[in-house]
Write a protein that binds this ligand. Structure first.
Ligand SMILES: [Zn+2]
Length: 415
C-alpha cells in the first residue's frame, strides 16, 4: 500500500538525469556542439519516441493529445483529484543548447522514475508533459490552455508546412484541436523547471531561482517617412532624413527603459532603411520596438512614453512617423502558493535561492493563464542559451530536479 511520502526522503538520481540529457543531446547534434531538433522534424519525432519509451518504463500511462503534446500520467492515490503537472519542451531552435526545455521534461521523468522505483504515487495524479513546438508556434501549450488561435494560418511553422500537416506528423490532430483543451478542474498546479537563459543567478551565486512570473511583451513596428534626395546637393537645412529621425527613436527607446524606476527592457532589434544607398538621404525607415515587463501597467506606461517621443521626434524632424502594433502578450504572474512551495523546498535543501522574473517565453506562460503556475530556474553559465555554449552544471540540474520533486510533494500535501 501507499506509505505516507512524508515519512521518507525521496532523492532523485542526478547521474541518471544527466545521462538522459546526454542521450537527448545526441539527437540532432550540430558540428559545433549545438543541437538542432526543431519541432515537427525527424529529430523531434525520434526524441519523442525515445521519451515515450522512457515514460512507459517509468510506469506512466502515455498518450498524445490533439495539440501534439506527449503526456505521461501516473494516477493518484485519491480518486477524483486534479493533476499535479510538470514538463517543458524537447524541441530546440536551429542552434539550440542541451538544456533548454529538455531539462524540465527529463526532470519530470526522473521524478516518475524515483516514484516508480519505490512503488509510489502521489495523492494527486502526476503528469509529465513534453509540449509541442515551444520554440516556434507554442501550439502544444496554447492548445492545452485553450489560448490557441482557430486560424491555422496564424501558426508560422519553422518548416513552412501547414500546422495541420505538422500536427498529424507527431500524432496530433488540428481538426480536433479543441479537445486538447483541459477543463478547469483537470490541473491542480503546473510547475516547470528550466535553465535561466540569463546570467542573474550566476552573478548572485544562487543555485535556485523562484520565478515571479513570465513577462508580458508588446511589439510595434515604427514607420518613418522622410524624403529620399541627393546626398550631395541637398543642404542640411532642407532635408527630411528618415534615418536621422530613426536614430533618435532608437535612443529614446533605450532611455525610457533605463530611466524607468522598475527594470523593464526595451529594444529596437531590426531596422530597415530605404533606399539604403551611400549617396542618398534616407527616405524611409522601418524599425521594431520590443517592450517587456512583468507588470502590464508598466508596459502601458512605456507605450505611452513611446507615443509621446514619436510625436516629439516627428514634429522636430519633419518626418511622418507611424506606430503599428504587432502583438501584445499579457504577463503571466506565478501563483503565490506554488512560489512559496518552491522557496520552502529550496530552503529546506539548504540551496541559495532568490526570485527573478522570466524574460523569455515558456510553456508555463500559457498554462499559467488557466491554472496556478510556478517556475524553477537553475543557472546558465555566462548567461548563454540558444547556442553551443549553453551549459548548466550537473549538480545544478540535479538540485533543480530535487526542488521540483519536493515542491510537488509539498503541493500534494497542501492543495
Ligand atoms: Zn525553453
Amino acid at each position: 500500500m501507499h506509505q505516507s511520502l512524508e515519512t521518507e526522503l525521496l532523492r532523485v538520481d542526478g547521474v541518471r538525469l544527466n545521462a538522459g540529457l546526454d542521450r537527448m543531446a545526441a539527437i540532432g547534434t550540430n558540428p559545433d556542439g549545438s543541437v538542432c531538433r526543431r519541432g515537427f522534424t525527424e529529430q523531434d519525432v525520434e526524441a519523442r519516441i525515445l521519451l515515450s519509451g522512457w515514460m512507459k518504463d517509468a510506469g506512466l500511462e502515455v498518450r498524445i493529445d490533439t495539440a501534439g503534446n506527449l503526456i505521461g500520467r501516473l494516477e493518484g492515490a485519491v480518486p477524483g483529484l486534479p493533476a499535479l503537472v510538470t514538463g517543458s519542451h524537447i524541441d530546440t531552435v536551429p542552434t539550440g543548447g542541451r538544456y533548454d526545455g529538455v531539462l524540465g521534461v527529463l526532470a519530470g521523468l526522473e521524478i516518475a522514475r524515483t516514484l516508480h522505483r519505490r512503488g509510489r504515487s502521489l495523492q494527486h495524479p502526476f503528469e509529465v508533459i513534453a509540449f509541442a513546438d515551444e520554440e516556434s508556434t507554442m501550439v502544444g501549450c496554447k492548445g492545452m490552455s485553450g489560448t490557441a488561435s482557430c486560424d491555422p494560418s496564424s501558426f508560422v511553422t519553422s518548416n513552412g508546412k501547414p500546422i495541420q500537416d505538422n500536427l498529424s506528423m507527431i500524432g496530433g490532430d488540428w481538426s480536433n484541436l479543441a479537445s486538447a483543451r483541459r477543463s478547469d478542474d483537470a490541473i491542480a498546479a503546473f510547475v516547470e523547471l528550466h535553465v535561466e537563459q540569463g546570467g542573474v543567478l550566476e552573478q548572485r551565486g544562487d543555485v535556485i531561482g523562484t520565478v515571479d512570473g513570465v513577462v508580458g511583451q508588446k511589439r510595434f513596428t515604427v514607420v518613418i517617412e522622410g524624403q529620399a534626395n541627393h546626398a550631395g546637393t541637398t543642404p542640411m537645412n532642407d532635408r527630411l532624413d528618415a534615418l536621422a529621425a530613426a536614430a533618435r527613436v532608437v535612443l529614446a527607446v533605450e532611455q525610457m527603459a533605463v530611466e524607468h524606476p522598475g527594470d523593464p527592457v526595451a529594444t529596437v532589434g531590426r531596422l530597415q532603411v530605404w533606399p539604403n544607398a551611400a549617396n542618398v538621404v534616407p527616405g524611409s525607415v522601418q524599425l521594431t520596438v520590443d517592450l517587456r515587463d512583468l507588470d502590464s501597467s508598466v508596459l502601458d506606461q512605456l507605450s505611452n512614453t513611446l507615443m509621446n517621443a514619436l510625436e516629439r521626434i516627428g514634429e522636430s524632424s519633419g518626418c511622418a512617423i507611424r506606430l503599428d502594433p504587432q502583438f501584445d502578450v499579457a504577463p503571466t504572474p506565478a501563483d503565490q502558493t506554488v512560489k512559496q512551495a518552491i522557496t520552502a523546498s529550496a530552503g529546506a535543501l539548504g540551496l541559495k535561492t532568490s526570485s527573478l522574473p522570466s524574460r523569455a517565453s515558456h510553456d508555463a506562460q500559457e498554462i499559467g493563464r488557466r491554472w496556478p503556475m510556478g517556475m524553477i530556474f537553475v543557472p546558465s553559465r555566462d548567461g548563454l542559451s540558444h547556442s553551443a555554449g549553453e551549459f548548466t552544471e550537473a549538480s545544478h540540474c540535479e538540485a533543480g530536479t530535487q526542488v521540483l520533486l519536493d515542491t510537488l510533494l509539498r503541493l500534494d500535501r497542501t492543495l
